[in-house]
Every structure is written in C-alpha cells, then in structure tokens.
Design a protein around this ligand. Structure first.
Ligand code: UDP
Length: 319
C-alpha cells in the first residue's frame, strides 16, 4: 500500500513513517521543515520505500501528483506548539486553513482515504472535563492569538465533514491530546521536552502560572496504534475521535516528578503567563479526553503511563 504523510518529518509524522515502513508500505513524506526536521527522519532516510519531498502542502500541483498516486493520506502537517502559533500567527492560519483545504479537496477528487489530525485545543478553555467528541466548545477573544489555532483546526474539521457529506470523502478526524515521546522538541513550547532539558542541564524548571493546570500526556506509540487502527477501520469513516491518555497530572507535579527522576538540582521557578506567552494569554485549567468512543470502536487502551513515558523521554534525552 502507498501512504502519504503530510508533516512526515515532524515528531509524530516521523514515528508514523517508521511504523508504516515497518508494515511494508511505500511511504511518501511531504514536509516544509517549518517545525519538522531532517534529523527526525535520519533513521529511515535511506529506506528504499521512502520518498521525501521538501515542499509545502500549499503547492497544489505537487499535492495533486502525490495524492493521485497513493492509497491513503495521513494529514499531519500543521502549525503546532502554542508558542510557535503565537509567534507565527499568519503562517499558522495559512498552513492550517489553506493547506488542509487542498489536501481534503484533492483527496475527495481522487477518493483517497484521509485521516485528519485535529487537536484537543478544539475544546478551548471549557472546564467540565472529560471532554467528549460532541461537547460544546468555549473560546476566548480573537485578540488572543492562541485561539486562532483552535479555530483553524475547527475549520479543518468542518471542511472534512462537508467533503465527506457532499463529495463522499472517506475521512476520519482524530483529536490528539498532548502527545509526547522521543524527538519532540521543546523549542515550540511543549512542556515535557522543555522540563526534561531544563532538569538535565540544571537550569530552572519553568512552571507557568501556579502550576495547578493539568494535562494528560499520551505516549506517541499509543497514539500511533490508535491512528493506524482507525485508518484500517471502515466504521471510523465520517467520524471524530478523541485520542490520547486520560491519566491527568498538574504541571507542578510534572515538574517535581521530572526533577526527581533526573536527580536534578534545578530549582522550580514560577513564570507568569504574560511573560511566557503574550499579554492576556489564557490557559486551559484542565484537559482530559473521554476515550469511550475510540475504546468502543477499536478497543483502544493506552499502554504507557506517565512514569514510563517520562522514563523513555529522559533516557532518549540523555543519549
Ligand atoms: N508549560 C509550562 N512551562 C513550560 C512550557 C509549558 O508550565 O516551559 C505549561 C503550559 O503553560 C501549559 C502546559 O504546560 O499549561 C502544557 O503546555 P504545552 O505547550 O506542552 O501544551 P498545551 O498548552 O497545548 O496543552
């Protein structure tokens, strides 16, 4: 089978490419290396079944040529990382909105199955966790750049569902909740690689706000199991699924755990949100996925808990 992975040189995309190659598929990656890197695919670069295209998904003729020849598309290319999105508001909107429309429209034209990676940011700042797929969304003002991400990905979802209904596009939408693992960089804001690096270097561990906000961190391997199983499940088409881990931890507890596991002398430092991001920044107090739907359809059950996840990331970062 021929697979196209947009954003295949990114953190999740590169792990997915490895998994698809190992399963015997021919893999095409398109990535503009805005947040992905060649280092991420260094291990598979010379694989005979891998084709890497350095370009943007906004180039229609390249996308048409690619989509025409593959059997399935994992659409992972997107602006990611709260910090990156705030620093690059225009490019984030262009990639997420214009790029995704091209991927979806051409996949509909050639009737290719697409899995669209969406995000838990969709739910916004609502507080009644766990979040289930049919829940309402709660978003802040358009003055706050963070919310553009939620809206651009929501528009992707609307587009995907509209192409499904009107053009019979076989599409599956997956809302990812804080995926972590080796190769994720802290450069664009992601908390675990940042804390691990800070702890290993003996630098202050920078907790934003009072650290009482919580998240559920999922191991990339678990997320890939979910993604690939959904892609192979006909009943998933036309549907939206939460995907992640539902074990919650506060950011302060996370900082303390990482400090302990790395045996670090780093102090824990509290940084006001405005200093870390932008004036008026709003965070989500908590964010837990309701995983009932994906459990019921494909028997999804995360295998890697937070301790094991941190252990693997620390080991990778030390090597
Ligand atoms: N965070 C933090 N220190 C950092 C980076 C992030 O305290 O150096 C916090 C961030 O404010 C948020 C949580 O960790 O409350 C998760 O942040 P991340 O950017 O990893 O993911 P998201 O905000 O998308 O859940």
């Amino acid at each position: 089978m021929k697979t196209l992975i947009t954003g295949g040189a990114g953190f999740i995309g590169s792990h997915l490419a490895e998994k698809q190659l190992a399963a015997g598929h021919e893999v095409f990656i398109i990535d503009d290396l805005s947040t992905g890197s060649l280092e991420n695919i260094a291990g598979i670069e010379k694989h005979g079944n891998l084709h890497f295209i350095l370009d943007t998904i906004r180039d229609e003729s390249i996308m048409e040529n690619l989509i025409k020849q593959v059997d399935q598309v994992f659409h992972l290319a997107a602006a990611v990382g709260v910090k990156w999105i705030i620093d690059n508001p225009l490019r984030s909107i262009q990639t997420n909105v214009l790029g995704s429309e091209i991927v979806l429209r051409l996949s509909a034209k050639y009737k290719k199955k697409v899995l669209l990676a969406s995000t838990s940011e969709i739910y916004g700042k609502k507080t009644e966790s766990p979040f289930s797929e049919e829940d309402d969304r709660l978003l802040g003002s358009t003055h706050i750049s963070r919310w553009s991400y939620s809206n651009t990905k929501a528009l992707d979802e609307f587009w995907a569902l509209a192409y499904h209904r009107e053009k019979k596009l076989p599409v599956i939408i997956v809302r990812l909740f804080n995926t972590c693992g080796p190769r994720q960089t802290g450069q664009y804001g992601m908390v675990i690689p940042r804390f691990v690096k800070q702890a290993l270097l003996g630098h202050p561990i920078t907790v934003h706000g009072d650290g009482q906000q919580s998240r559920c961190f999922a191991y990339v391997g678990d997320v890939l199991t979910g993604i690939t199983k959904l892609m192979d499940t006909p009943a998933a088409v036309g549907q939206i699924f939460n995907l992640g881990n539902n074990q919650s931890i506060t950011i302060l507890q996370l900082a303390e755990k990482i400090k302990k596991m790395t045996d670090s002398s780093s102090p824990i430092e509290f940084i006001p949100y405005e200093e870390a991001y932008e004036q008026g920044f709003e965070d989500m107090p908590e964010r837990t996925p309701d995983l009932t739907k994906i459990k019921n359809l494909i028997g999804y059950q995360p295998q890697v808990d937070i301790d094991e996840l941190l252990h693997r990331i620390i080991e990778y970062s030390e090597s």
